[in-house]
Ligand binder design. Sequence first.
Ligand code: SAH
Length: 234
Amino acid sequence: MKETKNKRLLEQKKRLYETFKRSLRISDNVLKAFMKVPREEFVPKRLIEYSYIDEPLPIGEMATISAISMSLMLCEYAELKEGDLVLEVGTGSGYQAALLAEIVCEKNPDGSIREGQSKKVYTIEISSELYEYALSNLKRTCYLKCVDAKCGDGTLGWPDKTIKFDAIIITAAGSKVPEPLLDQLKVKGRLIMPYGGGWIQTLIRIKKIDEGRYEREYLEDVRFVPLRGKYGEQ
Ligand code: SAH
């Protein structure tokens, strides 16, 4: 795994860690994932100096890598544990997928992600340019040993329908919950999505209580780019 080596970036990263820790909104395993993933490997080169500023950054194709606190809260709301299978819709830069990998993938005693395990993180990106970008970022940082990335419309779910997920995280906003994604959620599984078609949306969490039975919670106001595709906005 690559780590943050640049001294100035590492100092900023540690300061942010302390701020997040004090806020008490983010649990230790999510904070640990934050410290492990080198965000500077997922932001465009010209923006590297802003890697540890808690703001969204443009990554091209009208998309943004979310603010760090948002990426961490998405992990938090998904209530993840090691071994969970998770689907992300909207790979973007690949940063969220890397965080998810640090949480759900099996580790060696030294904390590094174990080679040769079955994939735990599945991520789909609709833009072919961003898919290529994310793939190269995830490859360079060695996350592909536990992350499977595809290019396509994520509102249709993961193409292999035999896989059911403990958690599904949609990182683009839509005003309907994509039916194929609800179908690919395990019983007790959680789906997190920015819900709404306007400038500001509400982050919601849907829990599958039983086949065909769901519970919906409203979490916080957020701002994400629109979800495209068959069950999206455009
Ligand atoms: N999670 C990303 C940021 C995502 S931005 C990160 O950590 O960097 C939202 C992304 O969703 C954009 O890249 C956009 O192209 C993608 N997207 C929008 N609609 C989609 C769809 N139907 N299927 C897959 N990806 C989609």
